[in-house]
Design a protein. Structure first.
Length: 182
């Protein structure tokens, strides 16, 4: 099924890696948002908020994760130890940006201020949340490195000549005319 869809849209492996990174960060951000919000009112998530609110919290978490990854994408995808160090810093920045965005979407005034505090407190009380977030962001970093490698190889093998920039039809017409002239 996946192969049929990728054949329709002609998705390259580099773009698949990018999409997988975004999907993983969005899903993790959504789960962490749900986990944190379920503990805000003593675990009474469904009884305190109106019906359907948990869906909005999950959606806001997913949106915030994707936006945070987009905003901090410059920290990810570099090679080597420096690239890994930048990815770790980017993961911390991404978590705070995602908290700001999710907090603003969930509860516009108070959420913007309290969401980053709640995230830091949750990671302090449950370090496995921070480990899970870091693992997912480092996986996304690995996907971005893969994408960068494939794009670099593609750029090195690309034809940079003036004729190489033409469409195949134009190339055929130009080469045919030149071969008759000589």
């Amino acid at each position: 099924m996946s192969k049929r869809i990728t054949n329709i849209f002609h998705v390259s492996p580099a773009n698949k890696a990018l999409a997988m990174g975004y999907a993983a960060v969005s899903a993790t951000s959504s789960g962490i948002a749900m986990f944190i919000m379920s503990g805000v009112h003593g675990g009474q998530f469904q009884s305190v908020y109106p019906a359907g609110y948990e869906i909005w919290v999950a959606l806001a978490g997913a949106i915030s994760g994707a936006l945070a990854l987009y905003l901090t994408r410059g920290w990810l995808g570099l090679f080597g130890k420096i690239g890994l160090a930048r990815a770790v810093f980017g993961a911390c920045a991404m978590a705070l940006i995602a908290a700001l965005i999710a907090g603003t979407l969930i509860m516009p005034v108070y959420g913007t201020f309290f969401a980053p505090i709640l995230v830091v407190a949750a990671v302090g009380l449950k370090p496995w949340l921070g480990v899970a977030w870091m693992a997912v962001v480092l996986m996304a970093h690995a996907m971005f490195v893969r994408r960068a490698t494939e794009l670099r190889i593609e750029a090195l093998t690309a034809d940079d000549s003036a004729v190489g920039q033409l469409s195949p039809l134009s190339q055929a017409n130009l080469y045919r005319r030149r071969s008759h002239m000589h």
